[in-house]
Design a protein around this ligand. Structure first.
Ligand code: BEZ
Length: 222
């Protein structure tokens, strides 16, 4: 199977669509409003890895809400299947999943976002049609795609990493900084290369140059 041509990249506008979800029909852009959004896909309802993932995301709904991030899942099944599956997820994880899960049995949204599996011949439905992979799209309030992750069906994601990259993106938007390897909030950040040393002295009085191109600074607590 070959990938479609309208490739989505970082910086692309997240394509709009209308779909049925476990919380009723939505227009994706209206659903996002002026918030950040995380659209994340799953291969199939009632599958083990997906069940653990959705339970973990559900338990972090408050953390995402604090960051003004709306979660929306997607799985290649209809809403009645989603409703029954959500009961299982909550039972297994001890969660209370309230965000919508898109019903995408025909893979319409999956194809729009190129979430369809091109490599795993076992990740298929009863008719042999490829399921979705585990994609994550982080979308900012201007509907720009800011981060894309793609995991195979066999590997569950890491919710802490998804939260961490949201924190990095939002911190970078607020201050003229980037974040180093394994950064988490509270760690030193990197002064953006576009900021001169002179400017850095005023904006980040505690910055230190490890190398002329690697300048670290703490961020004042807000
Ligand atoms: C799972 O969620 O466990 C799964 C789903 C589809 C293929 C492989 C694993």
């Amino acid at each position: 199977m070959t990938a479609p041509s309208g490739t989505l990249r970082l910086g692309s506008i997240a394509p709009n669509f209308q779909a049925d979800t476990s919380n009723g029909p939505i227009d994706f852009h209206e659903f996002l409003g002026n918030s950040w959004g995380i659209l994340f896909s799953h291969p199939d309802d009632f599958t083990p890895v997906c069940t653990t993932e959705l339970g973990a995301f559900a338990k972090l709904e408050d953390e995402f809400a604090k960051r003004d991030v709306k979660l929306i899942g997607l799985s290649a099944n209809d809403t009645s299947s989603h409703h029954a599956w959500i009961k299982d997820i909550n039972e297994v994880a001890g969660s209370n999943l309230t965000f919508p899960i898109i019903a995408d049995p025909e893979r319409k949204v999956a194809h729009l976002y190129d979430m369809v599996d091109y490599q795993d011949t076992t990740n298929v439905d009863k008719k042999g049609i490829a399921f979705t992979i585990r994609s994550v799209f982080i979308i900012d309030p201007k509907k720009t795609i800011r981060l894309i992750m793609a995991y195979p069906a066999s590997t569950g994601r890491n919710t802490a990493e998804v939260l961490r990259v949201v924190d990095s993106l939002q911190t970078g938007d607020k201050h003229r900084i980037t974040t180093p390897i394994n950064w988490t909030p509270g760690d030193d950040v990197i002064v953006h290369p576009s900021v001169s040393d002179e400017e850095a002295k005023t904006i980040f009085p505690k910055f230190r140059a490890v190398k002329p191109y690697l300048r670290l600074t703490p961020l004042e607590k807000e």
